[in-house]
Design a protein around this ligand. Structure first.
Ligand code: 3PG
Length: 205
């Protein structure tokens, strides 16, 4: 099992995916991996999300498939059971720790939440919603008091501002939905998805 640190280090961008149609899951994932983005976050926001994780984890060579929008321990356990290799939450989940099945990347927005997360043993955090809670300025401010913390800012990150985040020493990678726009996915334009992924994977330092 890979640690969350290792997973976040695999690519500069984690696509945040809201998949409505199970038939699109594998071709979408393959298109992203082909463009150089192997780490895929499938949000648990659609009825087919768990099936998507199972299928993508089993069928896409080179993909590291995780569950997003995990907001309670039951969702984490269920995602791990269908093959999720990591979980992402928009916040801290009471009682959940870093280790165990499907390592967790919890979301934080404030210093108090960071203190609670560090006390629970976490070193990697999703800053969420990044652009709303201070963005680059907040991450620069957190760097000195929270030297052990590493971040994956998500929420409002785009091709336009991703480089600003990735230039920060405490940012490991960013997350975002811009690499898989809903209309492009609906149209099944996998070539376009691969092109967007290739552009995003080139943002790495
Ligand atoms: C989300 O949970 O939807 C993610 O934070 C993605 O945000 P984005 O759509 O602004 O990239």
């Amino acid at each position: 099992m890979r640690s969350i640190e290792d997973i976040l280090g695999l690519a500069p961008v984690i696509p945040v995916l809201i998949i409505e149609d199970l038939a699109q899951a594998v071709p979408l994932g393959r298109a992203l991996v082909a463009g150089g983005l192997p780490v895929l976050e499938i949000t648990l926001r659609t009825p087919v999300a768990m099936d998507c994780i199972e299928r993508m984890a089993g069928e896409i060579e080179g993909a590291v498939v995780g569950a997003g929008t995990v907001i309670n321990p039951q969702m984490r356990r269920a995602a791990a059971a269908v093959g999720a290799q990591f979980c992402v939450s928009p916040g801290l989940i009471e009682g959940e720790t870093a280790g165990g099945q499907a390592p967790l990347l919890p979301g934080v927005a404030t210093a108090t939440e960071l203190i609670a997360g560090i006390a629970a043993g976490f070193t990697c955090f999703k800053l969420f919603p990044a652009n709303v809670v201070g963005g680059v300025g907040a991450l620069k401010a957190f760097a000195s008091p929270f030297q052990q913390a590493r971040f994956c800012p998500t929420g409002g990150v785009s091709a336009e501002n991703a480089r600003d985040y990735l230039a920060l020493p405490n940012v490991v990678c960013v997350g975002g939905s811009w690499v898989a726009p809903a209309d492009v996915v609906r149209a099944g334009d996998w070539g376009r998805i691969t092109a967007l992924a290739a552009e995003a994977s080139g943002l790495g330092r």
